[in-house]
Design a protein around this ligand. Structure first.
Ligand SMILES: [Zn+2]
Length: 347
């Protein structure tokens, strides 16, 4: 379940530069550095180095607490990743060696919003460690969603603080777009963000939809598991179509549909047939007639975190979940964090 420290890949100088250049608090960089060096003081490491204490994980009480167990395999970590707004699907097989896993996610830095995703991931890892410490030293558990909300909040606050300071230049060229969080629609409009989560291996998919008004108030939230699993793009298209059906049912007349799948939004707006999703696109086009006005906009994944969390939640559901009027506390917290981002940037 754990990796031997001898098999840890040595980080290259570029690797270290990348780590030290991340837009996260210094203590978080130091934490990742310790993980990469295999010296984070988890129970198995302490046992191995000092022959002291019990190597078993206190969170689950089942396995030796290696760095990888703590961060990826422990029930505590799994529950947190399940609701986290970042996922590194496809890298599951690398999780038994933190160094290898880190090398792979580092590759994402060249992708759109890649750097931000990595920084958010670092915050999630850090909060997993902090929640483990609460369990270890105070014997207190923490709700996974609270852990994720803390990670998201601290990540956003740090990003914003950096932007206000003028940043350090290296990757602020993306501009504030993309870092600003969710943006409210115009008065009289409803905005529905949709997202899909796909677990190819388990052949499961889930859709998440969140509807908000011009003040950022939630009007409805949906987490819908899909009975079969198609490609990520198809699932994104199905999630958006489902958002349109929900909006139609609610009788909303002016609606912005927002997705972080650029190809999908481009296909809808350009009218260019995309063969993978041709039939779903036809449905989407015909559903437009149910609205007085509707439009489709692309947003970065970072600004789509609420629907993303709902989509991930849907993966573990047996049937669709819907919230209207009354919303669970974790969802309200997510919404608040999302709105805070948008409010502070638009000043
Ligand atoms: Zn454990």
């Amino acid at each position: 379940m754990g990796a031997e420290s001898s098999s840890r890949r040595r980080c290259t100088p570029q690797g270290w530069n990348f780590l030290w250049g991340l837009k996260v608090k210094h203590k978080l960089k130091h934490f990742i550095w310790k993980c990469l060096q295999g010296i984070l003081p988890v129970n198995a490491v302490i046992r191995e180095r000092c022959s002291k204490g019990d190597s078993v994980c206190k969170c689950c009480g089942e396995y030796p607490e290696t760095i990888e167990h703590l961060l990826f395999f422990c029930d505590n970590a799994l529950a947190i990743w399940k609701v986290a707004p970042v996922s590194w699907a496809g890298l599951e097989c690398l999780r038994n060696n933190f160094g290898h896993w880190w090398e792979e996610i580092r590759e994402a830095r060249a992708m759109e919003s890649g750097q931000e995703r990595i920084e958010l991931t670092v915050n999630v890892l850090w909060q997993i460690w902090k929640s483990r410490n609460r369990r270890q030293f105070e014997d207190k558990g923490m709700d996974p969603m609270t852990v994720v909300n803390k990670a998201t909040r601290e990540w956003r606050e740090f990003q914003e603080a950096q932007d206000v300071d003028g940043g350090n230049g290296s990757h602020t060229t993306n501009g504030k777009e993309g870092l600003g969080g969710w943006r409210e629609p115009e008065v009289g409009w409803v905005k529905i963000n949709s997202d899909a989560a796909v677990q190819q291996k388990a052949e499961r998919a889930g859709w998440g939809m969140i509807a908000r008004d011009c003040l950022g108030n939630a009007l409805g939230a949906w987490a819908v598991p899909d009975t079969c699993c198609s490609s990520a793009k198809q699932e994104e298209a199905l999630a958006l179509r489902s958002a349109m059906l929900m909006a139609k049912q609610q009788g909303w007349r002016r609606v912005v549909f927002e997705s972080d799948c650029k190809q999908l939004i481009d296909s809808i707006n350009s009218g260019d047939g995309d063969s993978d999703i041709a039939t779903i696109l036809l449905d989407i086009v015909s559903l437009k007639s149910n609205f007085y006005k509707c439009c489709f906009s692309f947003t970065r994944r970072m600004n789509n975190s609420v629907s993303h969390s709902l989509a991930k939640l849907a993966l573990s559901l047996d049937g669709p979940a819907e919230w209207k009027v009354v919303f669970p506390a974790w969802l309200l917290e997510l919404l608040q964090a999302d709105c805070r981002g948008s409010c502070s940037i638009s000043v």
